[in-house]
Design a binder for this molecule. Structure first.
Ligand SMILES: Nc1ncnc2c1ncn2[C@@H]1O[C@H](COP(=O)(O)OP(=O)(O)OP(=O)(O)O)[C@@H](O)[C@H]1O
Ligand SMILES: [Mg+2]
Length: 318
């Protein structure tokens, strides 16, 4: 009986150790891998937008005392409303890359700002759900990396200093200094920033890196901490076509590693367009097409708008 007891204790001990190893491996597999393309193991993310309507009152942005020249009292002034997004619904989940395409002023930035709770001065109806929960600034901060159209970087730091600074702040605390440096090197190589790694970033007053390089630094800052959801507003604007193509390939590889990638682009080249899984085509805030990228041309052809031969579909329909 005593031997049986010892055996059972030994079995229990081994089993719990084994379980501990399995649990720790499943919890920290992604964090232990310091390379850029690790497969995101934090679960499947889903982003859902239901019947979104966004309206801006442009007249309300002018102070009432400036509008008194119209000889009207404040309560008599009628609003001048502009619809930035009209009845938009979409759903995207981890492993997919969704591109929002459309001409300038069609509402791309407004949509991304609403998703990340950064919209200002507008009235919104409808729902934005992240993993089934309404988007709140806290949830967004925890789970989404957002590269905005306008850069917000410290002008006096060099590119490498900027990235090292972000690596110290945002990478998990158990990362060693060598792992942090490795991730910074990976991102610098991936975004072809080696030649300007020791140049200061600069701004309108301080001359620094070029416009396209600064854009790539903003993307690098968000790629560095590499969460489950990546949102990028016009990441390819200001880049040459080769760099733009490489960047979208990078994003596509990140999406394959169980991430959700949402980006806006003006009129992408056809080889960039082919990399997208889903496409939303906006026209003056209204969705004209929402679905798989490969089905967009057959959809418009069936409606009687075939894309001419040798013509880029995103140029033609966008
Ligand atoms: N807070 C706001 N105040 C005034 N107008 C706004 C506001 N937000 C959006 N708009 C208007 O909504 C429209 C869509 O703007 P948005 O910035 O989303 O366009 P966009 O598709 O990102 O354009 P671009 O490609 O040029 O960046 C524009 O006509 C813009 O003037
Ligand atoms: Mg924009």
């Amino acid at each position: 009986k005593c031997i049986k007891c010892v055996f059972e204790f030994f079995h229990l001990f081994c089993f719990s150790q084994e379980k501990k190893i399995i649990i720790s491996q499943s919890l920290f597999s992604s964090e232990e891998d310091s390379s850029l393309y690790f497969t995101y193991s934090g679960g499947c993310n889903e982003l859902e937008v239901n019947n979104l309507h966004y309206e801006v009152d442009t007249a309300a942005q002018i102070p009432w005392y400036e509008r008194l020249s119209e000889f009207k009292l404040p309560w008599e002034m009628n609003g001048d409303k502009q619809t930035a997004i009209d009845k938009l619904s979409l759903r995207v989940h981890s492993g997919q890359m969704l591109a929002i395409i459309g001409s300038s002023g069609c509402g791309k930035t407004s949509l991304l700002d609403i998703i990340t709770c950064r919209d200002e001065g507008g009235k919104m109806t409808g729902q934005v759900l992240i993993n089934g929960k309404p988007n709140t600034p806290q949830l967004v901060k925890k789970s989404i990396a957002h590269v905005r159209q306008d850069d917000r970087l410290l002008p006096h730091l060099t590119v490498r200093e900027t990235l090292s600074f972000v690596a110290k702040l945002r990478l998990p605390t158990h990362f060693t200094q060598a792992q942090r440096d490795q991730r910074v090197d990976d991102v610098i190589a991936e975004l072809r920033l080696r030649q300007c790694a020791h140049t200061r970033v600069g701004n309108d007053f301080v001359r620094g890196v070029s416009g396209g390089e600064r854009r790539r630094v903003s993307i690098a800052v968000q790629l560095l901490w590499n969460p489950g959801i990546l949102i990028l507003d016009e990441p390819t604007s200001g880049l040459d076509s080769f760099t733009a193509h490489n960047l979208v390939i990078t994003l596509s590889r990140l999406a394959r590693g169980n991430r959700l990638v949402l980006l806006s682009v003006h009129q992408p080249r056809s080889d960039i367009f082919q990399l997208f899984d889903l496409v939303v085509l906006l026209s003056s805030g209204s969705p004209v097409y929402c679905g798989a990228a490969c089905d967009m041309v057959p959809y418009f052809t069936a409606l009687g708008y075939p894309c001419p031969r040798y013509c880029n579909p995103s140029d033609f329909y966008g």
